[in-house]
Design a protein around this ligand. Structure first.
Ligand code: ADP
Length: 649
């Protein structure tokens, strides 16, 4: 346990796994043989699929730049659209045959003087056949629209995700993850619902109303006029009120659930900070607030719904009374057949369903439409860092970095860096030091083209980095961020992240180089061992070493390293320093140094403060000059700087 003491229990908090037992706390201790046998059997019956070939270009192809609209979305599958529409029309017509058949059976088979069992029997049989036929058609229609919806949504999900991969860093810092998640989940699901049910229902109910109105007028103009003129405007007016009110409720609850999700994800990801700062009570209070607002929005929608149902029922009953009075009078004066009156009644009832459903579907239609608008906005957000049309690849570089009159502000009106000039020679390692918030990380982000300078240029081997493809640029720049992000998967997949074609031998070599050998040997499946989501089972130091190994495998010409600020114990620091020495061999490096130990080992130190470079020179030169670096260094020594460095100076 050479590392046991050094790597156990430091500030990170999640590092006890190697302290007590070698396997305790690991994701799993191997696959049981019976499970493995089952898995092998399953694999034997799995069909071999080709690996999907994916092309990703930073500039979206013309097809992906088209404006997102519903017709375009479903228009990609014309055959399915035609089939679905045909079914919808056929069903709407067939469904309305029932009342007509009933009226016919009464007039020609049941009323005095027209008794005929044959007519009644034939009508009943026809009724039955039509019911069966329309059920079969409905089944087919649901199948068709379901398939159409699934395909369209699959395309859309991939399109949105691909777009997210293109967007620049600034988008993800401004936009909350919860909001993005809701675009990807509920907005897309809304659309799926709309295509699956909404549009076909809307068309079917609309057609049904038209068919009924035509039939009613054909039978008796007076009665049809009364029914249509009184009932339809009243129902529609009321339904429009309902629609406006419920849309308001819908928008409210939509915004508020987004807040709930955002609050939830923030609390979940920040559990450690929450616990450490005793923020649980405050968090609960805050969550109560956002959840309460969401409940209020739902209550409002509930109240609106509670008014709508009973009022429409009342309108229906009143209409039936009216029909009975006027229609009965017409029958008594022999101006309407008895069968026709019954047909009217049956149709009247069928009138209400479609109007209510139309309004409901109208809501779904609106929801779908606003989802489309939101997704369209997302898809139309251009990445702030864009590749020039037809930009060439950056040729293999030696590694000279030049900052030429660079000014930059996240908000262009508020510059963080002003007119910065710096030249870093190939193979040179340069440490950026300075107070927090001075702009050290910003300089590094500019070099990697996460952002573009507000003015000035950044050159790599004399080539403006704006003029080359992002892919070729980033493949030659290695970035080791402060917080190494580990993805769910094995150590192997995590290490080969930046270079997918590396061999196991190369991975093992990288493990040796960064000094992770002991850790890996102790793990049950070596480099095949799974790490937990975000690497929470590893200590901060181990995560950092893995990030260094990842950069080592990608073999970039230039390395940008944002040193982790979390304090490490002496032994871990030594291991990391060794790893760094190996990693920096022959490479140009920008080190954002939070520890002066690291700065002292660099070829040159650049002190950044007040929006620019205040001092540049080798560690020895700067200490001799007695400027701001010397002041920083003295303060650091006074607060107990590392012994080894003190000796070195
Ligand atoms: P350092 O690395 O020297 O600690 P940074 O380069 O991270 O400093 O930050 C410089 C300044 O820019 C700080 O004032 C910081 O608040 C601000 N800043 C950093 N990132 C962003 C961002 N994504 N959006 C807006 N302001 C930012």
């Amino acid at each position: 346990m050479a590392w046991g003491g050094g790597w156990g229990g430091h500030a990170g908090g999640a590092s006890t796994m190697f302290g007590n037992s070698q396997v305790a706390g690991l994701p799993f201790g191997g696959i049981p043989s019976e499970l493995m046998d089952e898995a092998t059997k399953l694999l034997a019956t799995e069909p071999q699929r080709e690996r999907s070939r994916i092309t990703f270009t930073q500039r979206p192809p013309a097809r992906a730049r088209q404006r997102l609209t519903l017709p375009r979305l479903i228009g990609a599958y014309p055959r399915w659209v035609v089939a679905g529409s045909t079914y919808v029309i056929a069903i709407s017509l067939l469904m309305q045959a029932g009342p007509l058949l009933t009226g016919y059976a009464i007039n020609h088979g049941m009323v005095r003087g027209h008794h005929s069992l044959t007519v009644v029997g034939a009508c009943a049989l026809a009724y039955l056949l039509i019911a069966v036929a329309s059920a079969l058609l409905q089944r087919a229609q649901v199948g068709v629209t379901g398939t159409l919806a699934s395909r369209v949504m699959h395309d859309l999900r991939i399109r949105v995700f691909t777009h997210l991969q293109r967007l620049s860093l600034d988008f993800f810092t401004e936009e909350k993850a919860g909001v993005l998640m809701s675009r990807m989940t509920s907005d897309i699901e809304n659309l799926q619902q709309l295509i699956q049910d909404g549009i076909s229902q809307f068309a079917m109910q609309g057609l049904t109303m038209i068919v009924i109105i035509v039939v009613l007028f054909a039978m008796n103009v007076t009665l049809a006029t009364w029914t249509v003129l009184l009932v339809v405007p009243l129902l529609f007016a009321f339904s429009i009120w309902f629609h406006l009110a419920s849309e308001r409720g819908y928008l409210l609850s939509r915004d508020r659930i987004a807040n709930v999700l955002a609050d939830l994800s923030e609390s979940l990801y920040g559990t450690r900070v929450v616990t450490a700062n005793n923020r649980q009570r405050r968090n609960i209070a805050n969550h109560r607030h956002v959840v309460g607002a969401y409940r209020d929005a739902n209550l409002y929608t509930g109240r609106v719904n509670a008014i709508y149902g009973p009022v429409t029922i009342t309108i229906g009953i009143l209409a039936q009374g009216l029909l009975l009075g006027i229609g009965g009078d017409l029958v008594l004066h022999h101006r309407l057949s008895f069968g026709a009156l019954i047909t009217f009644f049956l149709y009247l009832n069928r009138f209400f369903g479609p109007i209510q459903l139309l309004v409901q579907q109208y809501n779904a239609l609106q929801q779908g439409r606003s989802s489309i608008t939101r997704l369209r906005e997302l898809l139309e957000t251009a990445p702030s860092v864009e590749e020039l049309e037809g930009a060439p690849d950056l040729a293999t570089i030696e590694g000279r970095i030049t900052f030429e009159n660079v000014s930059f502000g996240y908000d262009p009106d508020h510059l963080i860096l002003r007119d910065v000039n710096l030249e870093i020679a190939p193979g040179e390692s340069v440490a950026f030091v300075g107070p927090t918030g001075a702009g050290k990380s910003t300089m590094a982000k500019l070099a990697n083209r996460f952002y573009d300078p507000t003015s000035g240029r950044i050159l790599l081997d004399g080539v403006d980095i704006k003029t080359v493809t992002l892919r070729s640029l980033r493949s030659q720049l290695g970035v080791v961020p402060q917080e190494a992000f580990l993805f769910a998967g094995s150590i192997r997949t995590n290490l080969s992240f930046g270079a997918s074609d590396v061999t196991n031998e190369q991975i093992e070599e990288a493990i040796d180089v960064v000094g992770l050998r002991e850790l890996v040997d102790r793990l049950p499946q070596g480099i095949g061992t799974a790490v937990h989501e975000r690497g929470q089972t590893l200590s901060a130091g181990e995560r950092q070493l893995l990030a260094l190994a990842r950069a080592f495998l990608a073999r970039p010409r230039v390395l940008i390293l944002d040193e982790a600020t979390s304090s490490l114990d002496l032994q871990s620091e030594t291991v990391i320093e060794h790893a760094l020495d190996r990693l920096l061999e022959g490479r140009t490096a920008i080190l954002i140094a939070h520890r002066l130990t690291t700065a002292q080992r660099a070829d040159r130190i650049v002190v950044i403060d007040h929006g620019g470079i205040v001092e540049v020179g080798s560690p020895g030169e700067l200490l001799a000059a007695g400027g701001s670096y010397t002041a920083m260094f003295d303060a650091w020594l006074a607060s107990g700087g590392r012994d080894s460095t003190r000796r070195a100076v």
